[in-house]
Design a protein around this ligand. Structure first.
Ligand SMILES: [Fe+2]
Ligand SMILES: [Fe+2]
Length: 465
């Protein structure tokens, strides 16, 4: 293919604001590269769409390299990194590019300042043809590219993986979008991009290992949203907290987190009208809903490396500890450990959430009470006790009444002291709004009495978490 002459400043980066945004987020270059690669695969060379996306990629390259000599993207554990910062969003949005590079044993791509359009074009052509050749790295070297280099895969140094640089809120937001995309694929009957669920699970594990309570606070912020994607992410957060508490290692946490994210994926095969049906369902409708366990297990069977646990969790998560519940599994002697963990997180999130259209949601302390009283029958008693201990009797985000009559918001549990969390006192006994005062209840004379409904009390949690 012959490259056309360089346009002055192609694509949408002519505007200074667009240029500034791109220069600040170099990972966006990966999306431009992926768009150009896909267009080359879809259209004949010379098609206007191909030329436009190549120009866009080249223009993006110019903007990003204007103020720096080079930019290098590394690939570790199914994700792109820039320095030690994970490019999670970009990795999730360019699964084809990532896959192509990984199967071609490419561990890094570096762009140097001054790459002409011809070279950028040649690189994308080699990338698009990568499926038909054995080593992309060799092909790039053979093509004599001066400004674009690829490198072999590298192992991550010990401890490096945890430095993802992702803020918990950003991860949560990306998590919601990822699960939303996955649900959409499931609803459409399209092949599921299960690698993205694993990648998300991995990032959640990394963030939680860095700060174990970080995601709990973020999840609490969204507790009352109606979206089913929230449920998957929240259950994963709660399951990981419990997994961490019982000392699971990193691969174990990854398998648990991913299985938790996918536990309800089978629901996507059930008509929406049935799921949110107010006023209960008929016996036939109930049996259709209950099939989400079996459907889900089938849907995750191609999850590379983690399929077995994800299938078991999807299949068993509505079984109770005493094996009552559904589906009936006459051969089962015990639920998998991960299912017993996910079942507790699942119950807690489902029962406290406003997503329940047909039943009033429980307050967090009521849900916790139900878990403790259901121990031995509904829930694994050891795990139920540990859950109470880890998440606390008044979990993060709970709005509570103190023995003094004041009102507080729980922002951190105190491990081992389930009823004495750390909180911010936000209202006095007369209901007047206070400048938040941090109180460690383990060191205080006052006691936490019970939860109150933040919506009815007119309290906006985002101001305090
Ligand atoms: Fe379920
Ligand atoms: Fe669920």
């Amino acid at each position: 293919m012959t490259a056309s002459p360089d346009p002055p400043m192609a694509g949408s980066f002519g505007h200074p604001r667009a240029q500034a945004a791109l220069a600040e987020r170099p990972g966006a270059l990966l999306r431009l590269l992926e768009a150009a690669r896909k267009n080359l695969l879809l259209y004949l060379p010379g098609h206007p769409q191909v030329a436009a996306s190549l120009h866009e990629f080249h223009a993006g390259l110019g903007v990003i390299l204007k103020s720096r000599g080079s930019v290098r993207f590394d690939i570790y554990e199914d994700a792109f990194f820039l320095g030690n910062r994970i490019l999670l969003e970009e990795s999730l949005q360019t699964p084809g590019l990532l896959e192509e590079l990984m199967t071609n044993h490419v561990g890094s791509v570096e762009f140097l300042q001054g790459a002409p359009l011809q070279e950028a074009t040649r690189f994308v052509e080699l990338l698009a043809a990568a499926g038909r050749q054995s080593h992309l790295g060799d092909a790039v070297a053979a093509a004599g590219l001066q400004f674009i280099k690829t490198g072999p895969p590298k192992e991550l140094g010990k401890g490096e993986q945890k430095a993802t640089g992702l803020a918990p809120r950003e991860l949560y937001r990306i998590g919601l979008r990822t699960m939303d995309a996955l649900n959409y694929q499931a609803v459409q009957g399209a092949p599921l991009n299960l690698r993205n669920a694993r990648l998300l699970g991995n990032s959640m594990v990394n963030v939680i290992l860095h700060d174990r309570h970080a995601l709990l606070g973020v999840a609490a912020l969204y507790q009352h949203d109606e979206d089913t994607c929230h449920h998957s992410v929240d259950v994963a957060v709660l399951s990981l907290m419990l997994g961490l508490r019982i000392g699971l290692d990193e691969p174990g946490l990854l398998a648990l987190g991913t299985a938790a994210l996918l536990h309800d994926i089978g629901k996507m095969s059930i008509p929406r009208s049935l799921l949110g049906k107010p006023g209960g369902v008929t016996a036939t409708e109930r049996s259709v809903i209950e099939r989400h366990t079996v459907h889900g297990a089938g849907m995750v069977q191609h999850l590379q490396g983690l399929a077995q646990t994800a299938m078991l969790v999807a299949l068993e998560h509505h079984l109770n500890y005493d094996l009552s519940g559904y589906p009936r599994l006459p051969w089962a002697k015990k639920q998998h450990l991960f299912t017993r963990i996910v079942a507790i997180g699942d119950f807690f999130d489902a029962s406290t959430s406003a997503r329940r259209t047909y039943r009033k949601p429980l307050l967090p302390d009521q849900a916790m009470h139900a878990i403790v009283t259901g121990a031995g029958k509904l829930f694994d008693p050891t795990l139920a006790a540990l859950f109470l201990n880890t998440v606390g009797g008044f979990p993060v985000g709970s709005v509570v009444r103190l023995s003094s009559g004041e009102v507080g918001v729980v922002y951190r549990p105190t491990e081992g002291k389930a009823l004495q969390p750390q909180l911010k006192v936000i209202r006095d006994a007369q209901g007047a709004v206070l400048e938040p005062v941090l109180v460690d209840m383990a060191q205080d004379q006052r006691r936490v009495l019970h939860c109150i409904d933040p919506i009815r009390a007119g309290i906006d949690l985002t101001a305090y978490l």
